[in-house]
Design a protein around this ligand. Structure first.
Ligand code: NAD
Ligand code: DAU
Length: 340
């Protein structure tokens, strides 16, 4: 990046957001990052302790659903680009209560788009998800032209925000680019998601709750590779275009869980098959050839290395895990897993 740019990252205190802020500060000298985050149950400023004193980084507490918060921020400094990641992101929670997903993901995105458009933002990257495409059978992959068929309230709310972002580009010529990525894993992921949950339960010799028959398939990408892809889209993506991002790395859930047990030297008998997630998507697989052919991006991490580094990170950061798992999460965990 040649000129110093002010980049607003929404949801920068979450899993991908905090990895993205760190990645951008490392990759680009001439950059200023403003992290706007409401600090919900998952947002955690501790995730960015190591960059907090960097003069190129600023944190602003604010809610994308609150137009005043956004107007105050956009009026206080020129924002060149927005990378929009703030969202309610957990499928299971959207099944328990969908309302907040519509408020944050749909309404919050529309308010952010409107304020960013009014303030003449030159690039808006909307971070969407492969879940907007729905579920695949045993073969095939989603390309960018696949029809949208979201199945969970989370996926439907992300599809709503994804389409709103594209509509702002089409209607107002607002420079929106959309990314749709597969499952991420890596450091700082909240332990309600599959990989960190299984690592933490295995470390405590607790049961590992595998939904249904464990044969659902996800395509896993190391979080830093997703960050690099978003950076490429931010700089070179064409407004109005959608870019699929994926790891070309499909795993059945049960195989990932057994791999984690093996790496931690724990017995398979810790696996517990529990009641399935309602409406559980069977398989996701992403065709990311457009990212490769047009922007020259491909994953840099092998799964072998990525999963070992991730397990090591959780082993070395158990106090972080116990802190984020205290409080509200305890109630959530009991409700989710003791009722299954
Ligand atoms: P996360 O749940 O870890 O973090 C979300 C962040 O958004 C948190 O810091 C939270 O405090 C913040 N936030 C929530 N509501 C807010 C609001 N109203 N105003 C401001 N901030 C708010 O999520 P993640 O896993 O890091 O995902 C980030 C984005 O990437 C999401 O948009 C998600 O849909 C998308 N995505 C995630 C994955 C994945 O595998 N995790 C894959 C593809 C796309
Ligand atoms: O595909 C991208 C999406 O990946 C993102 O948009 C979402 O924000 C992110 O949460 C993720 O959604 P998934 O539902 O695929 O991720 P999760 O980690 O919740 O579950 C992965 C798989 O593991 C899924 O098939 C459900 C299963 N699972 C999950 C949990 C939490 C279990 O079997 N047991 C569990 O306890």
């Amino acid at each position: 990046m040649s000129l110093r740019q002010n980049i607003l990252v929404t949801g920068g205190a979450g899993f991908i957001g905090s990895n993205f802020v760190r990645y951008m500060l490392k990759q680009h000298g001439e950059i200023a990052i403003i992290n706007l985050d409401a600090l919900t149950y998952v947002g955690n400023l501790e995730n960015l302790d190591d960059v907090n004193s960097d003069p190129r980084y600023t944190f602003v507490k604010g809610d994308i659903r609150n137009r005043e918060d956004l107007e105050t921020l956009f009026s206080s400094k020129p924002i060149d680009a927005v990378v929009h990641m703030a969202a309610e992101s957990h499928v299971d929670r959207s099944i328990v209560g969908a309302g907040i997903f519509v408020e944050t993901n749909v309404l919050g995105t529309q308010i952010l788009l409107e304020v960013a458009k009014t303030h003449g933002v030159k690039r808006f990257v909307h971070v969407s998800t492969d879940e907007v495409y729905g579920s695949l059978g045993e073969t095939g992959k989603f390309t960018e032209s696949a029809p949208l068929h979201p199945n969970s309230p989370y996926a439907a709310s992300k599809a709503g925000s994804d389409l709103l972002a594209l509509a702002y580009q089409h209607t107002f010529d607002f420079p929106v680019v959309v990314t749709r990525c597969s499952n991420n894993y890596g450091p700082y992921q909240f332990p309600e998601k599959l990989i960190p949950l299984m690592i933490m339960n295995a470390l405590q010799d607790k049961q590992l709750p595998v939904y249904g028959d464990g044969l659902n398939v996800r395509d896993w990408l190391y979080v830093e590779d997703h960050c690099a892809a978003i950076d490429a889209v931010l700089q070179q993506g064409v407004p109005g275009e959608v870019y699929n991002i994926g790891g070309n790395n499909e795993w059945k859930n049960i195989d990932i869980v057994k791999l984690i047990l093996k790496k931690l030297d724990k017995p398979d008998k810790l696996v517990s098959f529990v009641k399935d997630r309602p409406g559980h998507d069977r398989r996701y697989a992403i065709d990311a050839s457009k990212m490769n052919e047009t922007l020259g991006w491909k994953p840099a991490h092998t799964f072998e290395k990525g999963i070992s580094d991730t397990i090591d990170w959780y082993l070395n950061n158990q106090s972080w895990c116990h802190r984020v798992m205290s409080g509200e999460y305890q109630e959530y965990y009991k409700m989710m897993y003791h009722e299954r």
